[in-house]
Write a protein that binds this ligand. Structure first.
Ligand SMILES: NC(=O)c1ccc[n+]([C@@H]2O[C@H](COP(=O)([O-])OP(=O)(O)OC[C@H]3O[C@@H](n4cnc5c(N)ncnc54)[C@H](O)[C@@H]3O)[C@@H](O)[C@H]2O)c1
Length: 436
């Protein structure tokens, strides 16, 4: 199959590289010429484990190319994926579909012979209908089908998720499109990954329902953590105790500073807007969004409480800035509102992240960016773990204690056991485990 991937970001680049690795002939297109120039030189502009090697191997094999010429790539393609961004629209939180619709217009003019146009971007219910209308209006004689194929990969484990997915969802009732989609994902049949065919609107809703459900699970355990702190219980044990029930499952039950990232925050809000537009308000998701928003600043108060309530003039060291480990993505990272709140309370903030500092710098003014965890801890009154990078799991406490003004660790990811830390003379605060 010849594939054009429109949008070469976290999703487009991973999907393009993986489809090439499946044996398809892929051209990844982006309107950001700097990104394409870097990729053509063999540089991968994002941090995603294994991606640089996968891109290099498939480019070498001649199955993966990069360019800015959208019409050229579309003209010869059997399948054209739209993998552009769908951020929150300023002001109302609806998904901003302008990139999707612009791409659809550009694609329309270049279509040549039967082509399947696939929305891989996360788009609200009905967007596929609109994409179809745009293409039909621009080129009434075009032979095409518009398919919804939402992406479920997680940054940090994106290649594995793409190649060994829990499921692939394909929304189409068009028989020819179904054949093309089956061919594209054929290697997955060998892995027995379920490919679920459904109608287009259902596929679009599945993506939002999945993200909203996962965000709900996280938020639920976060509220249970707050209660556990008040009643002297251990949320880790609660999570284990409920997660062993197969009907609940153990994933996404890690209490922490609240969800962030490029998907959950914008997708939950966009789903709320869809609900309101269709007079079907989603009260549970409304509560999830509100509880999660409030939580991020509450984490700053937790840091203050660990220091007796006063942060003015104190230095706070923050470890981990990206919204999760193994990515350089800073979009909606919980570290941003947390650090802002620490600064509002009068603290001076030092920070270290293994990959995210370049992206963080423009977002976090007045933060001192450091070269490693120990440099970060210099003269700090508290060290706060915000992102659970592997390298923060075995910190040298003796070295930290020497560097710090006061030995206080606030572990917002519960990566340590309390006694592991307190035996080094540290005051230790975590999430949902107070009183232990
Ligand atoms: N990042 C994730 O983990 C993830 C997971 C699942 C789904 N999604 C969804 O996938 C979509 C893409 O997300 P992302 O994180 O890859 O975004 P991104 O911002 O990293 O990448 C989008 C790319 O599209 C390019 N672009 C925009 N308009 C274009 C056009 N007309 N022609 C060519 N290129 C164009 C941009 O320059 C950018 O490089 C979003 O809808 C997102 O919600 C993301």
């Amino acid at each position: 199959m010849r594939v054009a991937m429109i949008g070469t970001g976290y999703v487009g680049l991973v999907s393009g590289a993986c489809f090439a690795d499946f044996g398809h002939d892929v051209t990844c297109v982006d309107k950001d010429s700097g990104k394409i120039a870097a990729l053509t030189r063999g540089e991968v502009p994002i941090y995603e484990p294994g991606l640089a090697e996968l891109v290099a191997a498939n480019a070498r094999a001649g199955r993966l190319a990069f360019g800015t010429d959208l019409p050229g790539a579309v003209k010869s393609a059997d399948a054209v994926f739209i993998a552009v961004g769908t951020p929150s629209r300023r002001g109302d939180g609806h998904a901003d579909l302008s990139f999707v619709y612009d791409a659809a217009r550009e694609i329309a003019n270049a279509l040549n012979g039967f082509t399947v146009v696939i929305t891989k971007s996360t788009v609200p219910v009905g967007t596929g209908d609109e994409v179809e209308r745009i293409i039909r209006d621009a080129k009434p004689k075009a032979e095409f089908a518009v398919v919804s194929n939402p992406e479920f990969l997680r940054e940090g484990a994106a290649i594995r998720d793409f190649k060994l997915p829990d499921r692939v969802v394909v929304g189409t009732k068009d028989a020819r499109a179904r054949e093309v989609m089956t061919e594209l994902y054929r290697p997955l049949y060998l892995n027995r990954s379920p490919v679920m065919f459904t109608d287009r609107r259902t596929a679009e809703l599945i993506k939002y329902a999945a993200n909203a459900f996962l965000a709900t699970k996280i938020t639920f355990i976060n509220e249970i953590a707050d209660l556990a702190e008040k009643v002297g219980a251990d949320v880790q044990e609660v999570a284990r105790g409920i997660g062993l029930d197969n009907r609940i499952g153990s994933k996404f039950l890690h209490a922490g500073p609240g969800f962030g990232g490029s998907c959950f925050p914008k997708d939950t809000v966009a789903l709320l807007k869809t609900g309101l537009d269709h007079n079907a308000p989603l009260r549970i998701v409304e509560a999830v969004v509100a509880v999660n928003d409030a939580r991020k600043r509450a984490m700053a108060r937790k840091v203050a409480a660990a220091l007796g309530g006063e942060l003015r003039g104190k230095t706070i060291a923050v470890l981990g800035l990206t919204f999760k480990p193994n990515t350089d993505d800073m979009r909606e990272a919980p570290s941003i509102p947390l650090i802002t709140a620490l600064q509002d309370l009068g603290a001076k903030v030092r920070a270290y992240d293994p990959t995210g500092m370049e992206q963080a710098k423009p977002l976090l003014p007045n933060v001192a960016f450091c070269k490693d965890a120990y440099d970060c801890a210099q003269h700090a009154s508290a060290l706060v773990i915000v992102t659970e990078w592997e390298q923060f799991r075995a910190l040298d406490f003796a070295r930290l204690k020497k560097a710090m003004e006061r030995p206080v660790l606030v572990d917002l990811r519960n990566i340590y056991r309390p006694e592991e830390v307190t035996r080094h003379g540290f005051v230790y605060e975590s999430v949902g485990r107070s009183g232990r």
